[in-house]
Design a protein around this ligand. Structure first.
Ligand code: SF4
Length: 148
């Protein structure tokens, strides 16, 4: 601590008087400390659909891939496909360097025409919150179960 205040000061290190010069690995002492590059945060929108069938079951998507395998979430679609549907929930979350706006659309208007994918399953509403799922989706689904 003291070394940083008295000898190895930012921009003007006194390397000749430094007691740890023999161990120092700095190649360019005069430019210390090197500031870490700021992470560039990217904003993205994620469009999901809230869709229940006649029996009240909720359509969920089961994730594949290495990191999220087996997790459940609301089905997502490209913005062009569902962004015209009414928004029933909106929230934000951060994941790595992404700031995500999670927008949930009401799928009632497209219930008859909505194309489900092979990895999408109708789940009984009573068990939905007991399934493993990313927290932002759990919170959104929890809010929507109460509201709708
Ligand atoms: S030798 Fe290394 S630790 Fe010592 S003052 Fe110079 S840069 Fe700092």
């Amino acid at each position: 601590m003291e070394l940083g205040q008295t000898i190895c000061r930012p921009g003007v290190p006194d390397c000749l008087s430094c007691p740890v010069a023999g161990f120092c690995k700095s190649q360019e002492p005069e430019v210390l400390p090197v500031k870490r590059q700021k992470t560039v945060v990217t904003q993205v929108d994620e469009h999901a659909v809230w869709l229940r069938d006649d029996a009240g079951r909720l359509l969920l998507h089961r994730e594949g891939g290495k990191r999220r395998q087996g997790l459940w979430k609301l089905p997502t679609r490209d913005a062009e496909e569902i962004s015209a549907l009414p928004v029933v929930d909106e929230s934000r979350y951060m994941i790595t360097r992404y700031r995500v706006r999670l927008i949930v659309h009401d799928g009632d208007g497209v219930r008859e025409t909505f194309q489900t994918a092979a990895d999408e399953v109708w789940q009984e509403i009573d068990v939905v919150l007991a399934l493993a799922m990313p927290s932002p989706f759990r919170r959104a689904i929890g809010r929507l179960i109460v509201e709708r």
